[in-house]
Design a protein around this ligand. Sequence first.
Ligand code: GDP
Ligand code: MG
Length: 189
Amino acid sequence: AGPDFNEHVLHKTILVGDSGVGKTSLLVQFDQGKFIPGSFSATVGIGFTVSTGRYCRVRWLQNKVVTVDGMRVKLQIWDTAGQERFRSVTHAYYRDAQALLLLYDITNKASFDNIRAWLTEIHEYAQRDVVIMLLGNKADMSSERVIRSEDGETLAREYGVPFLETSAKTGMNVELAFLAIAKELKYRA
Ligand code: GDP
Ligand code: MG
């Protein structure tokens, strides 16, 4: 770990990507180890961001501790309340994020094409050193796949970010994705 790494600090980690790609399902799988089918868009929660002192609509605000090489890394994971449908994820959502999971759905070409737009927004509003990980979700739906793994890899390489295919349904690579984020947060310091 870097000399300044503090295991008591909460690292704000946000989920980003088009509506329906599986952000909430991924978080539920990581948090509870199970897949709850159906969309989560109906319920809206209210969260309070201490750092900005403003109310912000979030669907989920979950604290998780991940152990990396015997050291605890605390993640405060934020999920949107569906604002991504209107491309109106607030700038406050990005502002103090230290890590970001950017998702597309391997069965939805538009969600993959929109990754570039999301990255443009991220580069505009997020901190310069934000840790980014690109995820191709719904990898269990192989018969409906329209985005090849290589396409995800190529895009990730172009932007210099790590890439994994995940399944919020089977749990494939879900923990690994959060572990990779935690590892990066710990060692980049
Ligand atoms: P969000 O809008 O990005 O938060 O997406 P949701 O988590 O609400 O998921 C949208 C839909 O895709 C729901 O019907 C989920 O059950 C489904 N879904 C999410 N992740 C997966 C996955 O990995 N595999 C499959 N087969 N379905 C998924
Ligand atoms: Mg959601």
